[in-house]
Structure formats: C-alpha cells, structure tokens
Ligand binder design. Structure first.
Ligand code: HEC
Ligand code: HEC
Length: 247
C-alpha cells in the first residue's frame, strides 16, 4: 500500500537517537516545556492532568523515536495533544523531557510492607484493585508506581480533589419510573448514558427514561488528610511506588 510505504519512509526519516541534546537545546526545550506542557504535566514533570514524566521509563515513549512521535502527534483519544512545532523544537523538548526523568525521585521515608497493610486497613482496597484484588469504583492502581511519583501520590491521598482527571464525572440519574442510579460516567451519547456504580455494576440508561440527571466534576475519593498519621501516609505512598504492574 502506498501509505505503508509512506509510513516506513517517515519512520526511516526519524533518527533513532535525539540529535539535539546540547545545553543550549535543553535550555530552549525547557522554555518550550514551561509554555506548552507544564500546565498539564506539572513544572517538574510530576504529572497532574497529564502523565508523570519524571520517571526513569516512560511507558508510551521508551525510545527517542517514540517520544518524538508522542510529542509530535499526541496520543489519540486522550488529552495529550499533538503539536505543530518544527522538528528541531520537538527534539529539544524531547531532550528536556528525558532530563525530567533523570531527576532523583523524592526520597520516600515510608515502609512499603507496612503500607500494604494501611492500604487494606484504611479501606483503599474497597475502591481500587491491585492485580485482580479489590473494588472497582476507583481506577486500578496495579501500575500506579510507574505512572506517578511520590510527591503526586502523597498529595493525591491527602487531598484528592486537587487533581481529578479532566474527564472524570460523578453522575446521578433519576428515572421516570422513580429509580435512582449513581456512579462514575463511562460514556454518553445522544440516546443513552453509561455509568458504573460503587458496587462495580454497569448501568445503561436511555435518555428518554430520564427525569433528571446531574453530572459533577468531583471525586468520591475521601481526603485522608488528618485521617492517616504521617508515617501511615509515607508507608502507603512507599507501597504504591512499588506497584509497577508486574504482579
Ligand atoms: C491538555 C493536557 C496536556 C498537554 C498540554 C500536554 N500533555 Fe502530554 N499527556 C497528557 C495526558 C493526559 C497524557 C496521558 C495520556 C494517556 O496515556 O492516557 C500525556 C502523555 C504524555 C507523554 C507520554 C507519557 C508516558 O507515560 O509514556 C509524553 C511524553 C507527553 N505527554 C509529553 C508532553 C509534552 C512534551 C507536552 C508539551 C508539548 C505535552 N505532553 C502537553 C496531557 C497533556
Ligand atoms: C470511595 C472510594 C475510594 C476510596 C476509599 C479511595 N479511593 Fe482512591 N480514588 C477513587 C476514585 C473514584 C479515583 C479516581 C478519581 C480521582 O482521581 O479523584 C481515585 C484515585 C486515586 C488515585 C489516583 C490514581 C492515578 O492514577 O492518578 C490514587 C493514587 C488513589 N486513589 C489512592 C488511594 C488510596 C491510597 C486510598 C486509601 C488511603 C484511596 N485511594 C481510597 C476512589 C477511592
């Protein structure tokens, strides 16, 4: 197919190693990053609305070429946008993004083994799966340690409302026949709304059956500030950092 040839040609066109990694490139890359990326990825790449970039290995951009492509084309069906910068600027950004990954992770004081106990004892497991174990009203945390750094995790547990994903919605529906369903928005279209309730049950409701619906950008995750001791907090963060998707 002509387009396969084109794709191969374009791939061949991207050098395997970043050709722009001098001090001057990094400085310019940092400037571009602060202007265009920091709003979502955080000023030091710690993540927020965007993924954590301050990790040694980026799952979607392990090689220089894949990093280049992610920055140029974005990631379809996510909030990660493509960009119209020229080739050199994309490489300079890539160089800076790599430097964020080399920054030492915030040292964590906690004890991961104790943290596993906190995770169960304080009810986190009721809403989050690790591997196959756990509740499903919150996202799986099986690989959270490869996506997020310690500072982000600590902040998330203390004050979850401070970093709710852009698309996350809590939905409450009252139907014309007097039923109520509430849960997390999975999908909606012109005719129906799909949600998952706190007991991990899936509901699809026809719009014509709906009396009232409210959608709120808030999180059902409780804030644990003051509910965990400082050492429990450190422990549970240390535990989450060990969760890298391989168990
Ligand atoms: C509107 C928010 C937003 C902006 C602006 C944004 N990103 Fe992203 N980015 C995201 C999100 C969300 C993801 C995670 C997508 C996913 O995998 O679900 C992401 C993913 C990435 C990844 C892949 C990370 C991984 O885990 O492999 C890289 C690299 C990246 N962004 C770099 C950048 C750079 C460089 C810029 C600036 C040019 C930028 N992003 C601007 C939201 C954003
Ligand atoms: C009542 C359910 C519930 C409980 C209990 C709960 N969470 Fe959550 N959690 C959620 C939901 C829903 C989200 C997704 C929305 C958001 O980010 O706020 C979430 C998000 C998270 C995230 C962000 C994941 C990511 O990829 O960024 C982390 C980390 C987290 N929870 C850890 C914990 C820990 C640790 C505990 C226990 C101390 C806990 N949660 C207790 C429901 C819960």
């Amino acid at each position: 197919m002509w387009w396969t040839a084109l794709l191969l040609f374009q791939l061949g066109d991207i050098p395997e190693k970043n050709p722009f990694t001098s001090e001057a490139d990094l400085t310019h890359g940092k400037k571009l990053y602060n202007g265009r990326c920091a709003g979502c990825h955080g000023p030091t790449g710690e993540g927020g609305k965007g993924a954590n970039l301050a990790v040694p290995q980026l799952p979607r951009a392990a090689e220089d070429r894949s990093l280049y492509r992610v920055i140029r084309a974005g990631i379809p069906d996510t909030e990660m946008p493509g960009s119209l910068m020229d080739t050199k600027e994309i490489w300079q950004l890539a160089a800076y993004v790599r430097s964020l990954g080399r920054v030492q992770q915030t040292a964590v004081a906690g004890d991961a083994a104790k943290g596993a106990g906190v995770f169960r004892g304080k009810g986190c497991i009721g809403c989050h799966t690790i591997g196959v174990d756990g509740g499903r009203s919150g996202p799986s945390l099986t690989a959270v340690g490869s996506r997020r750094n310690g500072a982000y995790l600590k902040e998330k547990v203390e004050n979850p409302a401070g970093s709710i994903p852009e698309k996350f919605r809590v939905v409450e529906i009252s139907t014309k026949d007097g039923k109520k369903v509430n849960g997390q928005l999975l999908n909606e279209d012109t005719f129906s709304i799909q949600i998952r309730d706190g007991a991990d049950r899936f509901h699809s409701v026809w719009r014509e059956d709906i009396l009232a619906v409210s959608m709120e950008h808030r999180t059902p995750m409780p804030a644990y500030k003051g509910k965990l001791s400082a050492s429990e907090l450190d422990d549970v963060v240390a535990y989450m950092l060990t969760l890298r998707g391989d168990q």
